[in-house]
Design a protein around this ligand. Structure first.
Ligand code: SF4
Ligand code: SF3
Length: 540
C-alpha cells in the first residue's frame, strides 16, 4: 500500500485514502506527514523520559505546534516544506538526547534526504499499529492533538503560551508509542486530550478578546465595492491585523473568506474602512469563488483546495503553516512582522471582485454577547417562545450528503434556535430563519475554536435553570465534522460530560467497530439519519 490516511471525514469509502487523498494529498506528502508525526513522538519520548523542563524548551514547544498543525487536512500541500520541517525537528531531537540514553526508534532513526525519508515513512504510518482498536484510539489522540496544536499556535501568535498544554502534547504523543497501554488507558487518554481541548480553546478565546476586544453583534456585508481587493482565509487574526494595517490608505480593500468571517465582530477591526465584508462561503466553494474574486488570496491556515488553474495559483499566497507548491509563501521577520507588500502590489493590478451575492449576515454571538442577552433568552425559554436549542457547530465540506444540514435547518420549527460556530454555518446562515422576540434563530459564535463560547453559554444556561448538567437543558448537539479541529471540539465536549451528540455526515472512519461501540454505549454518540426522522426524534 502506497499511503494510508483516514484522518478526515472525506476519507475514501470512509475507510482510508490509499492511493491519493480525496483532499488532493499525494502519497509523498502523506508519507512525509507520517514521518513528521513519528519524529514528534520520538522527541516527546525523550522529553518525558528525561523529565526535561518544558518551560526551557520554548522554541521546541513552538515547532511542535507548527509541525502538528502542518499535517491537518488541507493545511499544507508542499512536500518541500514538510521535508524541511522534518529536518528541523530531527536536529532539535538530536540535541535533546542523552548520549547514554536508550530510546525507541522514533528518537534515534536517521535519514539524510527525501528518498530515505520516504523509505523510513513506509514503516511508521498509521497501519504500523496492528491492533485496530489500539490504532483507532492512538489516532484519535493524535488527531485531537493536531486540533489542540492549531489553536495553541494561534494563541502563541498572540503571545499566549501555555507550558501546561505543551507538556500534555509531549505526554500524549509519547503515550502513543507506549505498547503497555491498554485500550481502557488509551480511552482515558482520549478524554484527557479532550480536557486539554477545553483549555486551549479558553486560552485562544482569552488571547483573541484581550487583543481584539470582545466580539459584538455585527452586520457583515456580503456584497462588493469597486476597488481592487485581497481575500483572506483561514483562522489567524494576527495575520488579518497585519494585512489591514498594511492595506489601509492604499486603495486596496480586504474581504474575509470562510472561517475568517467572524473577524468582523471584533471591535479592533472595525476601524479599518477598507475592511469591506465577507466574500463567498465555506472553504470548499473556493474553486468557483476565487475565480470571480479576481484579486489575490491569502491563506493563513487550512483549508486549501488544490487550485484549478495556473492563473488562480499565481494569485494565492500562503503564510504560517499553510503551503501549496507554486504559491508564494510569506515568512515572518524575526519580530513576527510579515511583509504583505507583494500581495498589495498584485491586488492593484487586478480587477475588483465580481459580486456573487449581496446583503448582510449577522455575526458576533460569542459568549459575552449572548450572556449579555441572557435575561431575554431565559425569558424566552421560560415563556415557551424558545422550545429547543440546536448546537450545529463544526465544519462544512463538499460532499452531497451535507445538504442534510441545510434541510435540517429549514425544517426546524420556528420556536427553535441554532447555536453555531465553525464553517458548518454556511449550510444555513443565509436562509433568513428570522428571530424569536428579537433573538435571531441562528446565533453564530464565530470560528470552530469559538465552540468554546457555545459551551460557556450552555453551562451558564444550566446554572440559571439550576440544572445539574448541560445534558438536562433543552439542547441537542447535531455536529458536523470534517477535519481534526472538529475532532478536538468533539473530544472537548465529551470530556465535559456532554452526552448524546449526533455526529455527521458520517461517523469517523478512524473509529474501529469496538471503539465506536464504546462511544455509543458510554456517551450516546450517534450518527445522523434523514432530516425528518432526526427532527421528530429530537423534538419528541
Ligand atoms: Fe484522505 Fe482526508 Fe487524509 Fe486527505 S486528509 S488523505 S482526504 S483521509
Ligand atoms: Fe472549517 Fe476547514 Fe473545519 Fe475551522 S475551515 S471549521 S473545515
Amino acid at each position: 500500500m502506497g499511503m494510508f490516511c483516514f484522518q478526515c471525514q472525506e476519507t475514501a469509502g470512509n475507510k482510508g485514502c490509499t492511493i491519493r487523498g480525496v483532499c488532493g494529498k499525494t502519497e509523498e506528502m502523506a508519507k512525509l506527514m507520517d514521518l513528521l508525526i513519528h519524529t514528534l513522538k520520538g522527541i516527546s519520548v525523550i522529553v518525558v523520559r528525561e523529565k526535561l523542563e518544558v518551560s526551557k524548551l520554548d522554541a521546541l514547544n513552538g515547532e511542535m505546534l507548527t509541525s502538528l498543525f502542518m499535517t491537518i487536512t488541507n493545511a499544507n500541500f508542499d512536500s518541500d516544506a514538510l521535508e524541511h520541517q522534518i529536518g528541523k525537528m530531527l536536529v532539535l531531537r538530536n540535541g535533546l538526547r542523552k548520549a547514554d540514553g536508550v530510546y525507541p526508534d522514533a528518537a534515534v532513526f536517521t535519514v539524510h534526504n527525501r528518498e530515505e525519508m520516504l523509505q523510513k515513512a513506509a514503516s511508521v504510518g498509521v497501519l504500523a499499529t496492528e491492533n485496530e482498536d489500539i490504532r483507532s484510539l492512538r489516532q484519535m489522540v493524535i488527531y485531537g492533538l493536531k486540533g489542540i496544536a492549531a489553536y495553541a499556535e494561534h494563541a502563541r501568535n498572540l503571545g499566549a503560551k501555555s507550558e501546561e498544554i505543551s507538556a500534555f502534547l509531549y505526554e500524549a504523543l509519547a503515550a502513543t508509542l507506549d505498547e503497555s497501554l491498554t485500550a481502557d488507558e488509551l480511552t482515558a487518554l482520549v478524554l484527557k486530550t479532550g480536557s486539554y481541548g477545553v483549555k486551549v480553546m479558553a486560552l485562544l478565546d482569552a488571547a483573541n478578546t484581550a487583543r481584539f476586544g470582545v466580539p459584538a453583534i455585527t452586520k457583515v456585508n456580503i456584497g462588493v465595492r469597486k476597488n481592487p481587493a485581497i481575500l483572506i482565509s483561514g483562522h489567524d487574526l494576527v495575520d488579518l491585523e497585519q494585512l489591514l494595517e498594511q492595506t489601509k490608505g492604499t486603495g486596496v480593500d480586504v474581504y474575509t473568506h470562510s472561517e475568517m468571517l467572524p473577524a468582523h465582530a471584533y471591535p479592533a477591526f472595525k476601524k479599518y474602512s477598507n475592511f469591506v465584508g465577507n466574500y463567498g462561503n465555506a472553504w470548499w466553494k473556493q474553486l468557483t469563488e476565487f475565480e470571480t474574486f479576481h484579486g489575490p488570496i491569502l491563506f493563513t491556515t487550512n483549508c486549501i483546495v488544490p487550485p484549478k488553474s495556473e492563473e488562480i495559483r499565481a494569485r494565492i499566497f500562503t503564510t504560517g503553516v499553510a503551503g501549496y507548491p507554486g504559491c508564494r509563501h510569506i515568512l515572518p521577520n524575526i519580530d513576527g512582522k510579515k511583509d504583505f507588500s507583494k500581495i498589495i502590489a498584485l491586488a492593484k493590478t487586478l480587477p475588483a471582485p465580481q459580486e456573487i451575492e449581496h446583503g448582510e449576515l449577522l455575526n458576533g454571538f460569542a459568549h459575552a454577547q449572548v450572556l449579555a442577552l441572557a435575561d431575554q433568552v431565559v425569558d424566552a425559554v421560560k415563556s415557551g417562545a424558545i422550545r429547543k436549542f440546536f448546537v450545529m457547530a463544526g465544519c462544512d465540506g463538499r460532499m452531497k450528503n451535507r445538504e442534510y444540514y441545510t434541510e435540517f435547518a429549514e425544517k426546524l420549527p420556528k420556536d427553535t434556535v441554532i447555536l453555531t460556530a465553525g464553517c458548518a454555518k454556511y449550510r444555513y446562515n443565509k436562509l433568513n430563519l428570522g428571530d424569536i422576540n428579537g433573538i435571531p434563530r441562528v446565533l453564530d459564535a464565530g470560528q470552530c475554536n469559538d465552540s468554546y463560547s457555545l459551551v460557556v453559554i450552555a453551562q451558564k444556561l444550566a446554572e440559571v435553570f439550576q440544572l445539574n448538567s448541560v445534558n438536562e437543558l433543552p439542547l441537542v448537539f447535531n455536529i458536523a465534522w470534517y477535519e481534526q479541529k472538529a475532532v478536538i471540539v468533539l473530544l472537548a465536549l465529551l470530556s465535559l460530560g456532554v452526552k448524546n451528540i449526533h455526529l455527521g455526515p458520517t461517523l469517523p472512519g478512524f473509529l474501529s467497530p469496538n471503539v465506536a461501540k464504546v462511544l455509543v454505549e458510554k456517551f450516546g454518540i450517534a450518527g445522523i439519519g434523514t432530516p425528518e426522522d432526526d427532527l421528530s426524534r429530537f423534538l419528541s
